[in-house]
Design a protein around this ligand. Structure first.
Ligand code: ADP
Ligand code: MG
Length: 439
């Protein structure tokens, strides 16, 4: 069993608890994850009684939880597996990132644009600390950096039973560092980050203008590097192009292998569309895959968005997915699409209400006057559109699916505890639903 299933499982169970606290107390504690495969999360129960009960009472709760967390059409199956259910295992992943079950090497389509990046990630996950150290991946948004990092992490967890791995976003690193300083526990922080076998940090470009964190990361880096521990970083640009990154970090980031991911070629895009459709259990013809790949050239997140739109249109109109439906779903001003709410509709209404600009929402600003409308957009997009967590994050400055998930959870809590927020959400939702579509 791999830890990424465990992470997904524990998130699903906590979500299910929130949805159904009544049954949670008695039944949910005895469950353990078995396997995640082909869009199905299998969960072991200690006996038939539990299987029956959960099938009857909690199937929908768990499916909903799994779908909300992953942003994919995942469903849950309960099985009687006494042995698994009684064997507890201990997590080795010290990570605030939930490993995405679909972000594996097997699901990564290799083409000329990413061949080197893929090969170096595979090499590093086979022999961490021994081939390329550090490994530095860079490329623009939506080209698969985060996917590859998840794949390395999952692979390490599966193959290195005793390795301790830290996997986090740069923002999470900075936040942990800041709170360690606030709590006067720098030693604890250093222990946590310097005693691992591998550290994986996504979007390291956010270290810019963070002088103190850069200093701390410099020492973390040296300590790990000198002990032969693997360091993997991703960024949107070359180390030397990250603004105000200290020279000594720029040079260290280039000590190992620096590898770029380019935008995918047409053929690679076609293959990716097919792979994604397959993962979601959607059947599409070659013609439709070709059409999507021609239409969406900028990045891969867009390809996934297109697939979601097509699927949504097919399910609302009950029509088969053929080229004419794909055209309807993706052409601008299509009458079929105009009835659907787009993320832009949501962003328009929210930015107007709060008097902020889209660029603020997409920026890294953390002032509450910006974070609240940003999180509102995520929450509303989650509830009013069929976009996945990744797609929503993509529209709001390329944030990852966990960030969107946390934002949705936060607003969900607020809505149930704060009358005023609830009133704002209702008002904004009404406005959004009555706006003529911009898509
Ligand atoms: P980045 O971190 O570079 O912004 P992501 O890793 O988040 O990009 O990728 C965006 C989406 O595109 C993800 O859903 C990811 O699975 C998908 N993706 C990117 N590259 C590939 C690929 N080569 N094969 C399959 N999916 C890919
Ligand atoms: Mg990313």
């Amino acid at each position: 069993m791999v830890d990424n299933v465990e992470n997904l499982f524990s998130d699903v169970v906590s979500k299910a608890r929130a949805i159904d606290p009544e049954n949670a107390r008695r039944w949910f504690d005895k469950l353990v994850p078995v396997k995640m495969e082909g869009g199905l999360l299998r969960i072991a129960c200690p006996d038939d009684n539990t299987v029956q009960f959960l099938k009857n009472k909690s199937q929908r709760t768990f499916n909903r939880a799994a779908q909300q967390i992953t942003g994919h059409l995942i469903s849950v199956e309960f099985v009687n597996d006494h042995q698994s259910a009684s064997a507890a295992s201990k997590p080795r992943l010290k990570s605030p990132v939930t490993l995405h079950p679909d972000y594996s090497f097997a699901n990564f389509v290799v083409g000329p644009s990413n061949r080197l990046a893929h090969a170096s990630c595979v090499a590093v996950s086979k022999s961490p600390g021994q081939t390329y150290n550090p490994l530095f991946l860079y490329g623009s948004s939506g080209l698969g950096k985060t996917h590859l990092l998840h794949a390395v992490c999952s692979h390490l967890l599966e193959t290195q039973p005793n390795a301790a791995i830290q996997f986090l976003s740069c923002e999470q690193f900075v936040n942990r560092f800041i709170s360690a300083i606030e709590q006067g526990d720098l030693l604890g922080f250093q222990n946590e980050f310097r005693n691992v076998d591998a550290i994986i940090i996504d979007d390291i470009q956010f270290l810019r203008e963070r002088e103190q964190s850069q200093e701390e990361f410099f020492h973390t880096f040296n300590s790990l590097y000198n002990n032969g521990k693997q360091i993997i970083l991703s960024s949107d640009s070359l180390p030397s192009d990250i603004p105000s990154l200290e020279e000594r970090l720029v040079s260290r980031f280039s000590w190992g292998l620096v590898t770029r991911i380019d935008p995918p070629s047409h053929d690679t895009r076609v293959a990716i569309v097919k792979k994604k459709a397959n993962l979601r259990g959607i059947k599409i013809s070659d013609e439709v895959a070709e059409y999507i790949a021609r239409k969406m050239q900028a990045n891969i997140r867009q390809l996934e968005g297109a697939l979601t739109n097509i699927y949504a249109l097919a399910s609302t109109t009950q029509k088969p997915i053929d080229i004419s439906l794909a055209r309807d779903a993706l052409e601008e001003h299509s009458p079929a699409v105009s009835r659907q709410i787009s993320i832009s509709d949501i962003i328009d209404v929210v930015t107007r209400h709060y008097g902020v600009r889209l660029t603020d929402l997409q920026s890294k600003k953390r002032r509450q006057s910006i974070t609240t409308p940003r999180q509102m957009c995520m929450y509303l997009a989650r509830n009013l559109t069929r976009h996945s967590l990744e797609e929503i994050g993509g529209h709001l400055g390329g944030r990852d699916h966990t960030t969107v998930m946390h934002a949705c959870e936060k607003i969900e809590k607020l809505v149930s505890s704060d009358q005023q927020i609830k009133a704002v959400i209702d008002e904004l939702s009404n406005q959004i639903m009555s706006t003529p579509s911009t898509s």
